[in-house]
Unconditional design. Structure first.
Lengths: 170, 191
C-alpha cells in the first residue's frame, strides 16, 4: 500500500512537472513569436539604405556615422524585432520625419505624372521643331514652271513702267 | 494679270511653342531663385508674426492635459520654443538651464515652455528628458514641419514669441546660464 502511495505521489509530481514545462514552453514560444528573430545588421541596412536622415541629407542611413542615424537604425532594429514589415517601418519614418527621408519619392500619381507630361510636352515641341526645320520650303512662285521671267509683271508699277519703256526702245 | 507670288512661310519653332518654352524656363528659374533665397534667408527673423502651428506632445509631457498644443491657444502668454534632440551634445549644455528657468516661471502662468524634439526617436528622447529632469511640455516635431517653418539651422535653437504671437528673439546655440533666458522673458513680460 505504501509503495502504491509513493508511486502515486511520484506520478503526481511528474504530471505537475510536465504541465509546468508545457506552460513554460508555451509562454516562451509565445514570447519568441511576438518578438520575432533578432534582426541582423543586413536586415536593418536593407531598410536603412532606403532612408536619408534630414540631419545628414546626402548620406544614406545605412552608412551614416552620426549619432542620430545610429539611433534611427536601432529603431528600425526594434521595429523589425516587434514584427513590423518594411512598409510599416518606412511609413512610420515618413509620418515622423516627412517624405523627404525616403530615397525614392512616394508612389504617388503626381510624382510620375508631372515628369511624364513634361517629357511628352518636350518631345512634341522637339518633333514639331524638327519637322519645321527639315520641311523644304514650298515654291515661292506658284506660276507655270517654264514661264519666261520677262513675262512676269513686276509688282512695283514704277519698275513695270520702266521695263515697258525699255521694251519699246528695243 | 494676277500676282501668283506668295510669301515664303517662316521656318523655325512656332510662336506657341516659343511662348511655352519661355514660360517653362522662367517658371523654372523662379523656383530655383525662390529656393536659393530661402536657403540664404537664415532663421525666421524677429518682428515676424508666427503662423499657427500644432505640436503633438509626448505622454507625460502634456500641457494642461492636452496631448497637442497650438500656438494660437497660447495667445497672451510668452512662448519659449526650444528645438532640441537627444543626439545633440550642445543641447545637453542648456538642458538644466531650460528646466530651471521653467520652474521659475511655471507658477506665474504667464510663460509657456515648449520643447520641439527634432529628428529624434521617442525612446531616446524619453531617456534624455528623464536624465535632465525635464518637466515642461515636449513633443516630436512631426515631419519636421515646425522646424522647416522656422528654418532652423541646427539644434539647439530657441525662439521667444511674445503675447501677440510675434517672434522677438532667436537664440542660436545653447544658453550658458539661466540669466540669459530670464533676461529675454522678463523683457517681454515687462512690456
Amino acid at each position: 500500500m505504501k509503495a502504491t502511495g509513493t508511486r502515486r505521489i511520484t506520478t503526481y509530481k511528474f504530471l505537475m512537472a510536465a504541465v509546468f514545462a508545457v506552460v513554460l514552453a508555451l509562454t516562451f514560444s509565445h514570447f519568441a513569436s511576438a518578438q520575432g528573430p533578432t534582426p541582423t545588421d543586413d536586415d536593418v541596412n536593407r531598410i536603412a539604405k532606403q532612408l536619408y536622415c534630414p540631419v545628414c541629407e546626402s548620406t544614406p542611413l545605412d552608412v551614416c556615422p552620426t549619432e542620430a542615424c545610429r539611433q534611427w537604425r536601432e529603431l528600425i532594429r526594434t521595429m523589425l524585432a516587434d514584427g513590423k514589415s518594411e512598409a510599416e517601418i518606412k511609413q512610420y519614418f515618413v509620418t515622423q520625419y516627412g517624405a523627404r527621408v525616403l530615397a525614392e519619392p512616394p508612389n504617388r500619381l503626381v510624382s510620375y505624372l508631372v515628369p511624364a507630361v513634361a517629357i511628352l510636352l518636350g518631345a512634341i515641341l522637339l518633333a514639331r521643331g524638327f519637322q519645321m526645320w527639315l520641311k523644304p520650303s514650298p515654291a515661292v512662285n506658284e506660276g507655270p514652271a517654264n514661264t519666261n521671267p520677262d513675262d512676269i509683271p513686276p509688282a512695283d508699277p514704277y519698275v513695270a513702267r520702266l521695263e515697258e519703256e525699255l521694251k519699246k526702245q528695243k | 494679270m494676277t500676282d501668283s507670288t506668295t510669301p515664303a512661310p517662316r521656318r523655325g519653332v512656332p510662336l506657341w511653342a516659343q511662348i511655352t518654352i519661355w514660360v517653362f524656363l522662367i517658371g523654372l528659374l523662379a523656383v530655383v531663385a525662390m529656393g536659393l533665397r530661402r536657403a540664404q534667408q537664415g532663421t525666421v527673423q524677429p518682428g515676424q508674426k508666427i503662423e499657427n502651428f500644432a505640436l503633438p506632445l509626448y505622454s507625460g509631457y502634456q500641457l494642461d492635459g492636452k496631448s497637442e498644443i497650438k500656438l494660437e491657444d497660447l495667445r497672451g502668454k510668452v512662448v519659449v520654443l526650444n528645438f532640441w534632440a537627444s543626439w545633440c551634445k550642445p543641447c545637453e549644455q542648456e538642458a538644466a538651464e531650460m528646466q530651471n528657468a521653467w520652474q521659475e516661471y511655471e507658477p506665474g502662468g504667464k510663460v509657456v515652455f515648449l520643447g520641439a524634439d527634432y529628428v529624434d526617436t521617442e525612446p531616446n528622447a524619453r531617456v534624455y528628458m528623464k536624465k535632465f529632469g525635464i518637466t515642461y511640455a515636449n513633443g516630436p516635431d512631426l515631419a519636421t514641419k515646425i522646424s522647416q517653418y522656422f528654418r532652423i539651422k541646427g539644434v539647439p535653437e530657441t525662439y521667444f514669441i511674445d503675447q501677440e504671437g510675434v517672434l522677438r528673439y532667436v537664440q542660436v546655440g545653447p544658453f550658458t546660464s539661466v540669466d540669459q533666458i530670464r533676461s529675454q522673458i522678463d523683457t517681454l513680460l515687462n512690456e
